[in-house]
Design a protein around this ligand. Sequence first.
Ligand code: TXA
Ligand code: MG
Length: 316
Amino acid sequence: MNSSVADAASFLRNDELVAIPTETVYGLAGNALNAAVVLKIFEAKERPSFDPLIVHIPSKEAALLYAEDVPPVALKLMEAFWPGPLTLVLKKKDCIPDVVTSGLDTVGLRMPNHTMTLALLNNLDFPLAAPSANPFGYISPTTAQHVMDQLDSKIAMVLDGGACKVGVESTIVGFEDGETVIYRLGGLTPEDIRKVAGKVVIRINSSSDPKAPGMLKSHYAPSKPLHIADDLKQLIDANKESKLAVICFGDVVVDDKHAIYNLSPTGDFSEAASNLFAFLRTIDRREDIDVIVAAYLPETNLGFAINDRLERAAVK
Ligand code: TXA
Ligand code: MG
């Protein structure tokens, strides 16, 4: 691990892959304008080619280098939330290779809110394509160590920028026939988007829909079975023969014979989001745990995004 932005820049200029910190999760980055480099990202992650990558840029102005016909509402959203956990799906310009977008004529652009990664992007004369830096389908990494645990041998360097503050991926927003559409729930709440964009439709896509092929039903999944329900007591009871880890939130009482992982005892949604993936990784490594049970969070604030991740992590 290394926290030198200059080293990261030099590897990236040499067409190598570097894991980068962002406020949401760590990304597995390479030169977005070089199709061969982008293919290496897909290989390192074992990611299916139909799942497009997000392109990371250093400024709002840079969006106009890679996207065209940008609607006014997209500009308002950039103004309000960039740098930050918002990806905008916009009509792509030809300079973005088709492998980045899996052949779609749109590109997902995002200006991340992390000092080191912004410095890095400002040092480069190309943007960075970066999916989350985890093997495809597994839990997203929120520390440099998480990345090292799984991708060490496949990348030149992890730029260590500490633990990710937000902890869930960016909210993805696109524009269709004058409508503002949320494709993925994430670090900005639907309410945040609504305040700036006005009417917003939430259309979380499944894998069969080419609009956002990445939204697979099963994703972010630990290797241990995870069950999720509103009624935690009933769920614990139904699994009482197993060695349980219990993921909960807020002021709840759980029998301490179980391993309890309270995402935020005080009911703070931001704290819960920043703990979620790290808790799942920790539990997944524990040999004394067989089954994970989790309670849905209240459907408000970041509760939407956290419940979405839990559902994708759960056994189907
Ligand atoms: O917070 C984040 O967004 C993190 C950090 C690293 O920036 N990145 C991330 O990337 O979550 P990834 O690859 O795990 O998820 C990217 C998703 C794709 O699976 C797809 O659903 C959506 O972004 N996406 C990318 N380009 C798109 C496009 N042109 N149209 C629709 N969806 C797109
Ligand atoms: Mg991902």
